[in-house]
Write a protein that binds this ligand. Structure first.
Ligand code: BDR
Ligand code: CA
Length: 315
């Protein structure tokens, strides 16, 4: 089994990432830490506990850092809803967040594991940056960080920045410089891992209350692209489930293609903060620090996701 720590900010697609992670026997989930990101920490913590209660998983959940390192906090309630999981109510949490703060829980988990642990991170990287800053000694206990965030080309929070990178670019840059191996599932690949509204209708026909709730939650997502020459046909019919990629690429690596590049983050640009600069022509001559995914077998991805929803629905 692959030992993992999951760091997330649920968030609709974070909840779907948890679905895949807990559905699969390949992962040994040792700890879930919560980021502030899509919403403030109180809400992302509540959503994590509520969702895990519903799917009947009682792993330790530890609260992380409340604010980005330097930037003013910005959340994404317009995308995920005021509560953060669309209009769906999962369950009243039957357990509480851990007494240990996330950083301490990560350190203890890493140092006690029998083999290096993979960190799956699907929010801004504030917790992970804090971990590596305060405890550089844990680096050799981390196998890799599989992060959803960034983009080689184009953004979704600004013209050039993806949300997770935009929210805490300093944290992302710090993690990118840490020397820990990183897999980046940025918009380049996650925009190709979409589910259509028609496929989502099939999902609700799976017939379990869980599948219906999932479809309901995912349909909440709306994507508007104004009427511009840059409009991608069908964009509004494609539901993007970004965060799932960060787990899918660990379970089924052959489903994805990527390459190693040197990547750094724009920290100072007044218009471009949080842009992840993927040096795909190697103009800087710097050694690669990130494995950047760019291609996915969409059909296989959808099957993986549907199977996960079916599995959790039977639990
Ligand atoms: C990322 O931003 C968040 O809103 C999603 O949960 C995902 O992690 C996509 O840009
Ligand atoms: Ca997320």
């Amino acid at each position: 089994k692959i030992p993992v720590i999951i760091d997330c900010d649920p968030g609709i697609d974070d909840a779907m990432m948890l679905t895949l992670a807990f559905a699969r026997p390949e992962l040994d989930i040792k700890l879930v830490t919560v980021e502030a990101g899509n919403l403030t920490m109180d809400k992302t913590t509540y959503n994590t506990l509520s969702f895990l209660t519903y799917i009947n998983e009682r792993v330790e959940v530890a609260k992380g850092i409340e604010q980005p390192m330097f930037r003013k906090q910005e959340v994404a309630e317009d995308i995920h809803g005021e509560g953060g999981l669309g209009n769906v109510k999962w369950a009243d949490p039957s357990f509480e967040a851990s007494e240990r703060p996330a950083i301490q829980a990560m350190v203890d988990t890493l140092l006690n594991a029998e083999e290096p642990v993979t960190i799956v991170a699907t929010g801004p990287l504030t917790n992970i940056a804090a971990l590596l800053f305060a405890h550089p000694e844990v680096k050799s206990f981390i196998k890799q960080i599989s992060w959803m965030g960034g983009a080689a080309v184009g953004g979704n929070m600004s013209t050039v920045a993806e949300f997770n990178a935009y929210v805490d670019p300093h944290a992302v840059e710090f993690v990118f410089r840490s020397g820990v191996p990183i897999i980046m599932s940025g918009l380049d690949v996650t925009h190709k891992a979409y589910i259509t509204r028609e496929e989502m209708a099939d999902l609700s026909h799976l017939g379990t209350p869980f599948a219906e709730k999932v479809a309901d939650m995912m349909n909440f997502y709306t994507f508007t692209q104004s009427d511009t020459p840059f409009y991608v046909p069908g964009f509004e019919k494609q539901i993007r489930v970004h965060d799932i990629c960060a787990v899918a690429c660990l379970i089924e690596p052959e489903m994805f293609k990527g390459d190693d590049y040197f990547v750094e983050v724009e920290l100072n640009g007044s218009l471009t903060q949080g842009a992840t600069l993927v040096d795909y022509t190697n103009r800087t001559g710097n050694k690669p620090n990130v494995h950047v995914l760019h291609t996915v077998n969409r059909e296989a991805f959808i099957e993986l996701f549907f199977n996960a929803v079916t599995t959790i629905g039977k639990k």
